[in-house]
Design a protein around this ligand. Structure first.
Ligand SMILES: NC(=O)c1ccc[n+]([C@@H]2O[C@H](COP(=O)([O-])OP(=O)(O)OC[C@H]3O[C@@H](n4cnc5c(N)ncnc54)[C@H](O)[C@@H]3O)[C@@H](O)[C@H]2O)c1
Length: 467
């Protein structure tokens, strides 16, 4: 890191961006203190903070991330370099050397080798859901926070499921395939309205809860099962067991994460207690349904229809012939069933979701760079402090990422104790800990010595001072 020098005020325009990230009933409760601080920010102008280390913030955006992200980041005064594609590894290594932030999608691999060349990098933004393309552990060890966008496409998934409920109830997939092959087959037998039917939602998180509201507005009754107790929206009702949900639902839809507990969550014993002629939808993760068991249940008529958007093994790219028995041994049997809607993991694939991902990740990057707030980081302790007010002069925000070992707070607070510690928050995750503190009565001259003292501590991974 180059030697610290004060920079002139107003060099960067660091406005706070008010674009909110999406929330669910659970998130609202969990992030109460954070949302309170957001509300406070919207009522009162906050003090923009400047980095103590001189120089413009440089951001490298790869893989054609959404234009919403570019405009948010440029509005902050950052130097943004944008590329439509990913870069070959040697070029990536060259470019990553002096950037402070990098924005990628799924094709750019940020391995230990690549990240080890990043000298100024403080944050990575994955403009997508997954973060497997980044060596998260190595990044955390270097003090680099990684953000993604897990919830920007919740609405898109919920809308797809609503479409599927009606399509399955009316056998739309079969009628459409018949018409495409010249067959006129006007039937009403076993075709239903969804009004008055019961939808059972497994997993009442971001997607499940959105779906609940929409399904009720279409006249459905909603039951849900979740491993945690969650406040019901509308007239929906939480049930205490999965069996109770399965026994009482006409349509069952899964919205749980892929965990050891959710592997084959719906298998032969669960199909056996579902209502005769009920329907199953899965747009969560491919491991949640035991697909051979579903095939049997559909062949026997127990299950009248199903919609699957996710599969245990999915092709890595688009192309004809890729959804085959080589990939999943039951593929040809599955595609031969009637009233089954199969889609290539498109639940969250909408223009709106892409632009929301751009906003969500760019906002998270901005909050981290400008204020040190790490709420939503996937590899890092999540820490937040409320913003400083405009009239708070001679304040410095200390961002100290360190090894999670005994004695750190004593040492750091001894260094900070020459000033007034107005507020402080610290949290750890594994070997990494992160302390944020706002200190007052700091003259511009003393910032440099403060920086040096903190920088010299043996536990330090990365420090930033904002003022
Ligand atoms: N098809 C797509 O394109 C697409 C897009 C986005 C998300 N997803 C997937 O949808 C799923 C749900 O996403 P979300 O954003 O609503 O997640 P979320 O984390 O907001 O909600 C998941 C809910 O499931 C609950 N849960 C966990 N284990 C459970 C269990 N064993 N039984 C019952 N409930 C359980 C959790 O308590 C939580 O309330 C995830 O698997 C996600 O990867 C798919």
């Amino acid at each position: 890191m180059s030697s610290p020098q004060p920079i002139s005020l107003n060099k960067l325009s660091l406005e706070t961006n008010d674009n909110a990230v999406s929330t669910s009933p659970t998130q609202n409760y969990l992030n109460l203190s954070h949302s309170n601080s957001n509300r406070r920010q919207s009522l009162k102008p906050v003090k923009p903070l400047k980095p103590f280390i001189k120089g413009d913030i440089k951001i490298l955006l790869l893989e054609n991330v959404n234009t919403t992200a570019i405009s948010i980041l440029e509005k902050q005064g950052y130097q943004v370099e944008f590329h439509k594609t990913s870069l070959p590894e040697d070029e990536l290594i060259e470019k990553i050397k002096d950037v402070h932030a990098i924005g990628i999608r799924s094709k750019t691999k940020l391995t230990e080798k690549v990240l080890s060349h990043a000298k100024n990098l403080v944050v990575v933004g994955c403009f997508c859901i997954g973060t497997n393309q980044v060596d998260l552990e190595y990044a955390a060890k270097q003090g680099i926070a990684v953000f993604n966008s897990p919830f920007s496409n919740s609405r898109s998934v919920a809308e797809l499921v609503i479409g599927e409920i009606i399509s399955l109830a009316r056998q739309l997939g079969d009628r459409s395939i018949e018409m495409h092959t010249g067959t006129w087959n006007k039937v009403s037998n076993k075709c239903w309205e969804i009004r008055g039917k019961t939808l059972g939602i497994i997993g009442y998180g971001h997607i499940g809860s959105q779906l609940s509201v929409m399904a009720e507005s279409l006249g459905m009754n909603v039951l849900y099962y979740d491993v945690i107790t969650i406040m019901a929206l509308g007239n929906s009702k939480q049930v205490s067991s999965l069996d109770e949900l399965l026994r009482n639902s006409d349509f069952v839809t899964c919205h749980v994460p892929a965990t050891a507990d959710t592997k084959n969550l719906i298998s032969t014993p669960q199909f056996s207690i579902m209502k005769d002629g009920s329907y199953l939808i899965n747009a969560s993760r491919g491991t949640v349904i035991d697909i051979p068991a579903l095939i049997k249940a559909m062949k026997s008529g127990k299950i009248a229809g199903a919609a699957l958007d996710v599969f245990p093994h999915e092709p890595p790219k688009n192309g004809a012939g890729l959804f085959s028995n080589e990939l999943n041994p039951w593929a040809s049997e599955l595609v031969s069933l009637r009233n089954i809607i199969l889609t290539p993991h498109i639940g969250g694939s909408t223009e709106e979701a892409q632009s929301a991902i751009g906003v969500e990740v760019a906002t998270a990057l901005t909050k981290y760079v400008n204020e040190g707030i790490s709420i939503g980081a996937v590899n890092f302790p999540e820490v937040s402090l409320r913003s400083l007010d405009l009239d708070q002069e001679n304040y410095v925000r200390v961002l100290y990422i360190h090894h999670n070992v005994p004695g750190v707070l004593k040492t750091v607070n001894h260094i900070l104790s020459n000033h007034n510690i107005e507020k402080q928050f610290s949290d750890s995750r594994g070997d990494i800990a992160y302390l944020m503190a706002d200190i007052s009565n700091v003259s511009t001259d003393s910032i440099e010595s403060l920086h040096k003292e903190l920088n010299d501590t043996p536990y330090k991974i990365l420090i930033r001072l904002l003022y």
